[in-house]
Design a protein around this ligand. Structure first.
Ligand code: SF4
Ligand code: SF4
Length: 448
């Protein structure tokens, strides 16, 4: 990419963002081949174009072999997040990653990582799960964590089709299923969430706030633009191909590129779920996976679902119950007394099966319900003891408790009427809340 194209792209994107957060990720091929001067100019332009408080995130995905002190200083000074590709120990990594002389690059990658560490650059490791390392999940995980000392890991399964057949480095869905199972076991040995694995984090994020942070688990495909060296723009790096071109930054604004029919088509394609997903128990978490992997599955004559669907299903079945319990604790700890009351009320209403309760959703609903309901009804919701003491509804031992029982009924009615849109993904969160409240009631903690 020329400096001119870089500048045009940045100017267009900053203009469109108008002070909102922006994220730029440089990947290749090998992006550091663009040269140090390219990245020095990039950070200069970013400083020039950003508004004072605008959050900017800069990342680079590299094979690591060119990283020296000069690069590492630039990354540290400008808060780059550096993703380094490393597929495991030397034998596993060098199987597919060789330099121009034909030698494995493992040693040089390790030197690059060490330089990043010396300069305290934030880095993560990206491991391509390919035909050689796929049967060594535990070994790969232990190597990256114990030998390299990495705490942020990302695993990308490899499948590419040429002439109707998977290339030799490709893995099968069954291999990936076993890989994830073994990885999950190793990961759980550390304790839930101690090491960051992007896919596992994304599942937890989705359960927590409906924002997985990974396009494969989003409802729609990423709203990102992929820019080629000459300024051509595509909707996703899986869709850099003839017929998928959105336009070019030299001739189109960011808004025009975002509105291009090709991009809008891809965005909706993810939501057009293939038949096997219609009845899937994890549909609201996975949203059918990745359209590209569905396409590959079709070419290989394996059906319409995502090629890696069996691996997702097995992982979701294992991880979701544990992640849901973790999310329940976080939600409960972050919730205000009123929000806890509502969570408890919703848990008792007990609907499940759709997109899930989030704190941000609850907060939105609270502010809306303040506007919708009469003030006396809304006030009742601010009396947690009414919902925390369901016995008031059924046992009215004395006349002065009669009014409280009526209040409790009204509070419940408001909750029932207004909370139609809240459902639980599974029974873990409501059951956890009910258990917790029972313990609190037992300890009289609610009344102190
Ligand atoms: S896990 Fe499989 S069946 Fe379920 S939504 Fe995802 S791709 Fe579809
Ligand atoms: S096609 Fe796949 S990789 Fe591309 S944005 Fe959609 S889900 Fe993500």
């Amino acid at each position: 990419m020329s400096l001119e194209t870089l500048e045009v792209m940045l100017r267009r994107q900053f203009e469109a963002a108008d002070g909102r957060p922006l994220s730029f990720i440089f990947q290749g091929g090998e992006p550091l081949l663009a040269g140090f001067g390219f990245f020095a100019r990039l950070v200069e332009l970013v400083e020039e174009l950003r508004s004072p408080s605008q959050p900017i995130s800069l990342s680079v995905q590299t094979n690591g072999i060119l990283i020296d002190d000069q690069w590492a200083r630039l990354f540290a000074d400008h808060n780059f997040l550096v993703g380094v590709s490393l597929d495991g120990s030397a034998a596993l990594h060098n199987a597919y990653r060789v330099d121009l002389g034909g030698g494995g690059t493992h040693q040089r990658v390790l030197a690059g990582i060490q330089t990043l560490k010396t300069h305290r650059v934030a880095y993560n490791l990206l491991t391509v799960v390919q035909a050689v390392n796929v049967t060594h999940a535990a070994e790969v995980y232990r190597y990256l964590k114990d030998e390299i000392g990495a705490t942020y890991l990302q695993f990308i399964p490899c499948v590419e089709v040429r002439d109707g057949k998977p290339i030799p480095a490709s893995i099968t869905p069954q291999q990936y299923t076993h890989f994830l199972e073994e990885l999950f076991e190793q990961w759980m040995k550390e304790g839930y969430g101690k090491i960051s694995i992007r896919l596992f984090d994304s599942i937890t994020n989705a359960l927590y706030n409906d924002q997985p942070g990974s396009c494969i688990l989003e409802k729609a495909c990423a709203k990102a633009l992929v820019v080629e060296y000459n300024g051509d723009v595509y909707p996703c790096d899986f869709y850099v191909a003839e017929g998928e071109l959105l336009g070019n930054f030299h001739t189109h604004t960011s808004a025009e590129l975002m509105a291009a029919p090709v991009r809008l088509r891809l965005e909706t394609e993810k939501g057009q779920l293939p038949e096997p997903c219609h009845t899937c128990r994890h549909q609201q978490l996975c949203y059918g996976g990745c359209p590209k992997y569905r396409h590959i599955n079709g070419i290989l004559g394996r059906g319409e679902a995502d090629y890696f669907c069996p691996a997702f299903l097995a992982l979701f079945d294992r991880l979701v119950p544990i992640a849901s319990e973790f999310v329940a604790r976080v939600l409960w700890n972050e919730a205000s007394p009123l929000e806890r009351t509502l969570l408890f009320g919703l848990a008792q209403l007990g609907k499940n099966g759709a997109s899930g309760v989030t704190l941000s959703g609850l907060r939105r609903w609270l502010s809306e319900s303040g506007e919708r309901n009469s003030s006396s009804e809304t006030e009742l919701l601010f009396r947690p003891e009414l919902l925390f003491r369901p016995e008031l509804l059924f046992r009215i031992p004395s006349a002065d408790q009669c009014q409280e029982a009526l209040n409790a009924l009204v509070a419940r009615r408001v909750l029932t009427r207004s909370a139609q849109r809240f459902t639980f993904r599974n029974r873990v969160l409501p059951e956890w809340i009910e258990r917790t409240v029972e313990e609190m009631l037992g300890n009289q903690a609610l009344h102190t």
